[in-house]
Design a protein around this ligand. Structure first.
Ligand code: PGA
Length: 240
């Protein structure tokens, strides 16, 4: 199973110590061979985290990138090539917190292409808003987001699709398990051979229900991933 720790805009150099218990845990965990952990800290922490994780199986990723993989006059922006240069092997693209700020499907498609060109793997986020859900548009929205976001992209192995209902992110709410099962099945049947994760308020309590969806390949964890005890708990309980 894949566990992505999305730290969002949290953390300074001293936060790096919080990954030590996770490194220790993974060394002795009986299912360690099937666990993949990817930390996506703020950009300022990618290189120090990469150095810390260098001789461990844990990996590092960025949280977004510019659509142009070559250098350019884009003040304040960072591209995929730069992320790769400081040790990232993944990048999150299409997170709803960025879609909310104007990222549309076509820009996301450009970003994914540029990330792959730079040699990064992509954690591609999709998800419907509460309004869309209420109008029963979930499948239509997801289909559009995936079809447009992955337009002309062939390398399925480089992409993890992360289904994150917008209304579940940071709210403590998760979809009903049967509804989530149906949505994950829809994605997996329609977009074959992609790994699919779930994200949105994953915590040590609800993981027991979430893990019953056997089709899932892993979880994207925001808030709870900043606390190593909670993060370890989630991983342990996924296998219990
Ligand atoms: P959350 O964030 O776990 O805090 O809800 C999930 C996410 O970043 O998508």
């Amino acid at each position: 199973m894949i566990f992505i720790a999305n730290w969002k805009m949290f953390g300074g150099l001293n936060s790096l110590n919080s990954i030590n218990p996770v490194i220790k845990f993974l060394k002795i965990f009986k299912n360690k061979k099937s666990v993949k952990i990817i930390y996506c800290p703020p950009t300022t922490l990618i290189y120090p985290m990469y150095k810390r994780l260098k001789n461990t199986p844990l990996m590092v990723g960025g949280q977004n990138c510019h659509e142009n993989h070559k250098s350019g006059a884009f003040t304040g922006s960072i591209n995929a090539t730069m992320l790769k240069n400081v040790g990232a092997s993944y990048v999150i693209i299409g997170h709803s917190e960025n879609r909310r700020n104007g990222e549309n499907n076509s820009l996301i498609n450009q970003k994914i292409k540029s990330a792959i060109k730079s040699g990064l793997n992509v954690i591609f986020c999709i998800g419907e808003t509460l309004g869309e859900r209420k109008k029963k548009l979930t499948k239509k929205i997801l289909n559009k987001q995936i079809t447009s976001g992955l337009k002309k992209i062939k390398n399925k192995k480089k992409i993890l699709i992360s289904y994150e209902p917008v209304w579940a992110i940071g709210t403590g709410l998760i979809p009903k398990i049967n509804e989530l099962y149906e949505t994950i099945s829809f994605i997996k049947n329609k977009f074959k051979d992609y790994k699919v994760l779930y994200g949105g308020s994953v915590n040590p309590k609800n993981i027991k229900d979430l893990k019953t969806i056997e089709k899932l390949d892993g979880f994207l964890i925001g808030g709870a991933s900043q606390n190593s005890k909670k993060f370890i708990d989630i991983i342990k309980k996924t296998y219990n």
